[in-house]
Each structure stands twice: as C-alpha cells, then as structure tokens.
Design a protein around this ligand. Structure first.
Ligand SMILES: [Zn+2]
Length: 137
C-alpha cells in the first residue's frame, strides 16, 4: 500500500502516511510523533523522581523520629539514675555508665545512618539506570 502526502497538523511540513488507510487518522509527521513520545517519557521520569523523593523523605522522617526517641530514652535513663543517687562517688559511676550508654547509642545511630546512605545510593543508581533506559526508548 502506498501512503498519501499530508500536511502535519503540528509543524505544517509535508509527510507521507504509512498507508492509504492510515491517512484517515495520521495527522502528524514522524518527527512530531516522536516528540510526543519524548514528552510522555519525560513525564514518567519526573513522576519517578518525585516518587523517589517522597520515599526518601519518609525514610528521613522515620530516622528523625528514631533519633528523638533515643534522646528521650537517654534523658529518662539519666533522671531515673539521678533519683537513686545518694553518694558522691556514685555520681562518677553513673556518669560513666551514662556516657557509655550515649557512646553505644551514637555508634548504633552511625551504623543506621551508614546503611541509610547505602540505601539512598542504591536507589539513585536504580533511578539513573531507569532514566537512561527510558531516554533510549
Ligand atoms: Zn510535524
């Protein structure tokens, strides 16, 4: 089948339709048709970036909530022990115990932050792989 020559409704250039039959519904040249496709890919990319951002935001909020929980735990631990202290040398003992507790909690937080950073890195890699495969489409 031979196509007809039509004028593109988008850019006004002349183009040949794929067939005589398709001339009834084809109104865009190949370039404009590809341009429309690119816009859809761009929209999909933007949506994916927004989704990734929202999921990262959620993770950060969770982490922040955990940090404030730990702050409260430490404060409760300190006041709990201070209430029981009667001897001066016990203050030193308790201070050491609290410092040890703080050091342990800080180490735990650092570990969580490291795994969180690794998670973000993996998400960024996955996202950029998806983007480059979308651009190739
Ligand atoms: Zn066109």
């Amino acid at each position: 089948m031979v196509g007809y020559t039509k004028e593109c409704k988008i850019c006004g250039c002349n183009f040949t339709t794929r067939s005589a039959k398709s001339a009834r519904w084809e109104f865009k040249c190949m370039d404009c048709h590809a341009g429309r496709k690119r816009t859809i890919a761009e929209n999909r990319q933007q949506k994916m970036v927004l989704n990734a951002e929202a999921s990262l935001r959620k993770d950060i909020d969770k982490l922040e909530a955990k940090v404030s929980d730990i702050d409260m735990l430490i404060a409760a631990e300190i006041s709990n022990h201070l209430n029981k202290i009667v001897e001066a040398d016990m203050v030193k003992e308790m201070t050491d115990a609290v410092l040890e507790l703080v050091a342990t909690k800080v180490a735990e937080m650092e570990e969580k932050l490291t795994s969180f950073q690794e998670k973000i890195q993996r998400q960024i890699v996955t996202l950029s792989n998806r983007m480059s495969s979308l651009v190739k489409e």
